[in-house]
Design a protein around this ligand. Structure first.
Ligand code: AMP
Length: 307
């Protein structure tokens, strides 16, 4: 099984009440790939500039991420995002977005990348997401994420792209914004009416909710005492979730999706403990499995004794 992801590969400037970084390795495809690498073979697709060097490639390669489809644009600069979080770390304030090499990026996927079993269209210009979806004609399932930036600038294109995927994973506020529907249940239904079978609403520190034809499932976030930087929480959640689905033969039935969400939340809980993707440097599969088991115990409502 294998998983392909297209999305941003970036340098991030991040400020939170607990510190700052001027130039952290980031980008949706980076966080996603590192998280997914604990479960399966993953190939990120996206451009980088001359400022993206061996140190950055090494972080990915140490995790077994296949970097063949990262396109080096000579003379270009890597995508740059600057963001800030205040005490309520639920939402990032974007201070700066420099598309740089994404400005005229035309994705050219290798045969191996096109032959993937699962495809994730991480947060990037929706025309590019659709282009990649078209190149990967035979995938078992394709999923998509997006954000306010693209909803504001390219809504029509985003709706078209949503129409050609099986699953949508977006923040609850962004689902509401996209559908202009204040009620989350109705917003999820409106997105499902655009085509996808599955909608997963990411709710930051409150967890995530799953909407399918068969039902509904809600998962709290893992109760953490230390949150230093929420950047990458959504992408590591998606990476853990899709990586786990890929490791299960690409199944997307409700029971497998629930376990995948639990793995996704577990990955995100590690991510936010440190800045950017720094926690991934030391993270092991054993730590992930230990926390997953603990998480399952915390959320096992059926084990609460009847009174
Ligand atoms: P999240 O997981 O939602 O916290 O996403 C964090 C990542 O999204 C950061 O590492 C940024 O580099 C990336 N990012 C921010 N804005 C954009 C954008 N407009 N398009 C693509 N990626 C972005």
């Amino acid at each position: 099984m294998s998983l392909t992801v297209v999305g941003s590969i970036a340098f991030d400037a991040i400020r939170t009440p607990f510190g700052e970084r001027e130039r952290a390795l980031g980008g949706s495809a980076t966080h996603f790939s590192l998280a997914a690498s604990y479960f399966t073979e993953v190939r990120p697709v996206g451009p980088v500039g001359d400022d993206f060097g061996d140190a950055e490639y090494d972080v990915l390669r140490r995790h077994g991420v296949i970097t063949d489809d990262i396109e080096h644009v000579g003379g270009g600069k890597t995508f740059f995002w600057a963001g800030e979080y205040e005490w309520d770390m639920g939402t990032a304030q974007t201070l700066d977005t420099q598309l740089n090499v994404f400005g005229d990026f035309a994705p050219k996927l290798s045969e191996r990348a096109r032959d993937c079993d699962l495809l994730f269209l991480a947060n990037i210009q929706p025309d590019l997401q659709r282009d990649v979806r078209e190149q990967c004609g035979n995938v078992q399932a394709a999923a998509l994420d997006s954000m306010n930036f693209w909803i504001e600038k390219t809504r029509d294109s985003l709706v078209k792209t949503i129409g050609v995927v099986d699953m949508v994973l977006m923040n609850d506020a962004e689902l509401r914004m996209l559908t202009e529907e204040p009620n989350l249940v109705q917003a999820a239904a409106a997105v499902r009416a655009m085509g996808p079978r599955v909608v997963i609403a990411k709710q930051g520190e409150y967890g995530a909710a799953l909407f399918t034809e068969d039902g509904f499932f809600a998962l709290p976030a893992y109760p953490l005492e230390t949150v230093r930087d929420p950047t990458g929480a959504g992408d590591s959640f998606a990476g853990g979730l899709m990586g786990y689905l890929d490791s299960q033969g690409g199944a997307t039935d409700d029971a497998t999706l629930r376990r995948a969400m639990t793995y996704g939340s577990t990955l995100a809980s590690f991510w936010v403990e440190e800045f950017g993707c720094e926690r991934a440097e030391r993270l092991t599969r054993e730590e992930i499995d230990d926390r997953y088991e603990q998480f399952k115990r915390i959320t096992a409502i059926e084990s609460v004794p009847a009174t």
